[in-house]
Design a protein around this ligand. Structure first.
Ligand SMILES: Cc1cc2nc3c(=O)[nH]c(=O)nc-3n(C[C@H](O)[C@H](O)[C@H](O)COP(=O)(O)OP(=O)(O)OC[C@H]3O[C@@H](n4cnc5c(N)ncnc54)[C@H](O)[C@@H]3O)c2cc1C
Length: 394
């Protein structure tokens, strides 16, 4: 009798865990997702999808939903100096000219991914609190007293991952001395604001980003500013809209106009981690922020977690219960260097965005030249390499 396909248990129902569950399900693999929150949900903020992940959403049939809920950003996207002088266009396509760049409300993306799964796949109210494994299976225990067993456990439980220490000794995240204010403004409050573009203003030690979400009904803004305060790693601490307005006083009048309409804002402290040398321990592997939290300066946190999920599903699709641990090692080998490059690239780009240059002409030239890096980032398709890695298993 042929050995059976592995059953996969995912801890964490964020963008990474939910996409991986969809990709595994599409490949005919049985999967369960355990999420600590009482209900699947997200904060009021945007996320930016780029061609290197949209091609995988397309593969599993979700591109129409992205087009419906997202807001495509096009060729009018620009970088500006803080006063509004244009610097360069923003790369919004891959090399073939495919304009698959979308702003999405985080809640819309998470709902879209959760609703696409078979009923009963996601179990909320389950906070993972323990893990053990032997040669035959892996077991997860939860704070509510429940326990579950699987052939493979995927830790998609974010930057504070409970499961990461079962793979690699605990380490502290790196604080980058800046905080992002963010939120959403209804387009009806600034009706002449364009809804077809991603725009960023760059100044000394700070930068400001906007893009549309929810088919252009809402505008997402993020204001990155320096801070001495070593904030708790939170995605959603309340912020003061007046302090935010003060931070960008004297910048392009368009920013002032948008910020006048901000009534509620959240603060998000910027942390990442050094690339991990190991993601896998036998039947347990890390995915998304649990493996590689990164700074947002390439907009790749969610996109890389989607690449992870597609690679994992492609490789596990060729494995059975016995070869599953080898498949996890192949997944890790395929992903680690690509993601480490993006982690490092996000740090470098943050220096450009915060204008850490004595000569702004050099910064502007680098911003212009960065389009080539973006093309390579967006051209990448993880599936052919994952198929080759999976082929080596059999
Ligand atoms: C609220 C929020 C806002 C973000 N904003 C941005 C942004 O603006 N730009 C950017 O680049 N990146 C942002 N990120 C990061 C980006 O979303 C991630 O890089 C990407 O989505 C991959 O995330 P993930 O699914 O691996 O982890 P996360 O999105 O952190 O999801 C982890 C999930 O695991 C759950 N979980 C955690 N611990 C346990 C446990 N013990 N048991 C069960 N479940 C558990 C959490 O509740 C959460 O649902 C944000 C993340 C969050 C959570």
């Amino acid at each position: 009798m042929a050995p059976s396909r592995p059953h996969v248990l995912i801890v964490g129902g964020g963008i990474g865990g939910l996409f991986a569950a969809n990709a595994l399900t599409a490949g005919g693999i049985e999967v369960s997702v355990y999420e600590q929150a009482p209900a699947i949900g997200e904060i009021g903020a945007g996320v930016f999808l780029t061609p290197n992940s949209v091609r995988h959403l397309q593969r599993i049939g979700l591109e129409p939903a992205v087009q419906k809920w997202g807001a495509r950003v096009g060729r009018e996207s620009r970088y500006f100096r803080h006063d509004g002088a244009p610097i360069a266009p923003v790369q919004v396509t891959d090399s073939s000219g495919w304009n698959a760049t979308f702003g999405m409300h985080r809640a819309d993306l998470v709902d879209m991914l959760a609703n696409a799964l078979p009923a009963g796949t996601v179990r909320t109210g389950h906070r993972c609190s323990g893990f053990e494994q032997d040669g035959d299976a892996a077991r997860v225990s939860f704070a509510n007293g429940a326990a579950a067993e699987a052939d493979v456990v995927i830790a998609a439980d974010g930057i504070h991952s409970e499961l990461r220490p079962y793979v690699f000794p605990p380490s502290s995240p790196v604080f980058h001395g800046s905080v992002a204010y963010r939120g959403l403004v209804p387009h009806t409050r600034v009706p002449h604001w364009p809804t077809d573009r991603w725009q960023m203003w760059l100044g000394q030690g700070r930068h400001f980003l906007t893009f549309p979400v929810r088919a252009g009904q809402l505008l997402n803004y993020v204001g990155f500013v320096p801070t001495d305060e070593k904030m708790k790693e939170s995605w959603s601490a309340p912020g003061d809209p007046n302090v935010l307005r003060q931070e960008f006083a004297g910048w392009d009048p368009r920013i002032q106009e948008l910020l006048r309409e901000v009534q509620v804002t959240f603060r998000w402290a910027l942390y990442d981690r050094e690339p991990l040398p190991l993601w896998t321990r036998d039947r347990l592997s890390l995915l998304g922020d649990a493996a590689h939290p990164m700074l947002p300066h390439l907009g790749q946190g969610a996109n890389q977690s989607i690449e992870d999920g597609m690679a994992l599903a492609t490789i596990l699709g060729r494995a059975d219960r016995t070869t599953a641990p080898l498949a996890l090692l192949a997944y890790e080998r395929l992903r680690r260097e690509r993601v480490a490059q993006v982690q490092r690239g996000a740090r470098e780009n943050g220096m450009r965005y915060d204008s850490a240059y004595s000569d702004l002409g050099v910064r502007d030239a680098e911003i212009t030249a960065h389009a080539e890096f973006r093309k390579r980032l967006y051209d990448y398709d993880v599936v052919p390499q994952a198929e080759a890695a999976a082929g080596a298993l059999v």
